[in-house]
Ligand binder design. Structure first.
Ligand code: FE2
Ligand code: FE2
Length: 174
């Protein structure tokens, strides 16, 4: 069990955690893009995959900026979010509209998780006076916030469509 007694060590640990999470997401996002039936949602997953690949590279640069080699540490947080998704798919037979609505929720949870992680990392890097790390981590944080906004907008539209087709507003097909 490694001893963590300094802010530098804690920062490195947190970095290893988000590094694992981002690498996991590069494998999950193509699956989500396939699962999504809504074209805008599917494209959003594909474009966030490209951003996520850049997040991984940025984290590797942060490791180097602090004189460490990139190393991933298993992150149970992202594994939990992933498991929630996998179980939903296995255990339910959702209509395409409900599946898409579910996927926006899973995406939103993921972005919130990443936003929390990067907000903490930026604060830590700032306290450690690591300007290069601050800059790179802020770049990732900004894209996570934009990704969250995008998925929330899509989610609102999907919910509106779903209510229109199952409720009082008459049916609307795609
Ligand atoms: Fe990310
Ligand atoms: Fe993200």
């Amino acid at each position: 069990m490694p001893a963590i007694t300094s802010p530098e060590q804690l920062f490195e640990h947190e970095l290893q955690d988000i590094y694992y999470a981002e690498k996991t997401l590069t494998k999950v996002l193509p699956k989500l893009a396939d699962e999504a039936k809504d074209r805008e949602l599917s494209r959003a997953f594909t474009s966030h995959l490209k951003e996520t690949e850049k997040h991984v590279i940025n984290i590797e640069k942060v490791f180097r900026a602090i004189g460490k080699s990139p190393q991933a540490h298993p992150c149970p947080g992202i594994e939990g979010i992933k498991k929630e998704h996998d179980e939903f798919i296995e255990e339910n037979s959702a209509s395409s509209k409900m599946l898409d609505a579910f996927l926006t929720g899973a995406a939103s949870r993921t972005e919130h998780y990443e936003i929390a992680a990067y907000t903490g990392l930026v604060a830590q890097a700032r306290a450690l006076k690591e300007p290069k790390a601050v800059e790179l981590l802020q770049e990732n944080l900004k894209q996570e916030k934009e990704a969250l906004k995008k998925v929330e907008t899509i989610s609102k539209r999907l919910l509106k469509d779903a209510n229109g087709s199952t409720g009082n507003g008459g049916s609307r097909s795609r």
